[in-house]
Design a protein around this ligand. Structure first.
Ligand code: GLP
Length: 241
């Protein structure tokens, strides 16, 4: 695990965007795995700026998002579909047909999960996966005690995750209790992974991630088994290392 500590959120965002830019420079048709949450928002802003300056091109890029809440229509402002449109896709030249976000509204979620998984395989696998991390160590929506062998699947959100994510909803009752998420196995198949974290609030979980053993109740710890992972954090998130 390659841990890179940068000064603050701004530096974190610039560094992550720079790594994505280099990836696309070498492989313009890369498959990117994208994350939601507040952490990558700054990175997406830098990517939009680079695009406006003509310094990055998404024309041939294919994207797969990590997860989506169950039961939220695409038009719902809290859906990850809406989040991605607002924070990135509406502002760059990603080809509409190249965007993949798990479908939170489906009559057949089992099939939906299988299709998502096979679409990733058909695209040639994920070249670069961006991850945030939950306070309980989740990646995507793979909550503690997830099966490390899980592929894209339906998950029940932990109380802690519902609490953490209620800030985006009118009330805690409005936070969906389930989601569709790439599994740990899906994430581990990515060729490169960048896990990002910012702020004092993430210092405890980052310390556990870096120092503790691999264990299913800390889902992100599985990344120790991946050969190409960058843990990109700011000084506040690194303060307990
Ligand atoms: C959500 C997402 C994760 C994200 C996590 C952390 O639950 N499903 O993919 O990494 O929250 O979010 P934040 O970056 O806002 O701390």
């Amino acid at each position: 695990m390659n841990v890179i500590v940068v000064k603050d959120y701004e530096a974190l965002s610039k560094t992550a965007a720079g790594l994505i830019q280099s990836q696309l420079m070498w492989s313009p048709d890369s498959v990117l795995g994208l994350a939601t949450g507040s952490t990558p928002v700054g990175t997406y802003k830098v990517l939009i700026d680079l695009f406006k300056k003509g310094e990055i091109n998404f024309e041939d890029v294919v994207t797969f998002n990590l997860d989506e809440y169950l039961g939220l229509e695409k038009s719902n402002e809290q859906s990850y579909y809406h989040f991605m449109r607002e924070n990135l896709f509406n502002h760059v030249n990603v080809n509409e047909d190249h965007i993949h976000i798990p479908n939170g509204i489906s009559d057949d979620f089992e099939q939906e999960c299988l299709n998502y998984e096979s679409d990733i395989v058909k695209a040639g696998g994920i070249d670069l996966q961006i991850l945030g991390i939950g306070h309980n160590g989740h990646i995507g929506f793979n909550e503690p005690n997830v099966e490390f062998e899980a592929k894209t699947h339906i998950v029940s959100l932990d109380e802690e995750t519902i609490e953490a994510n209620k800030r985006f909803f009118d009330s805690v009752e409005d936070v969906p209790k389930k989601a569709i998420s790439m599994g740990i196995k899906t994430i581990m198949r990515s060729k490169k992974i960048i896990l990002m974290a910012s702020g004092q609030g993430k210092a405890d979980i980052i310390s556990k991630l870096v120092k503790d053993d691999i264990r299913p109740n800390l889902p992100a710890s599985v990344l120790h088994l991946h050969e190409n992972v960058i843990v990109l954090i700011d000084e506040a998130a690194a303060s307990k290392l």
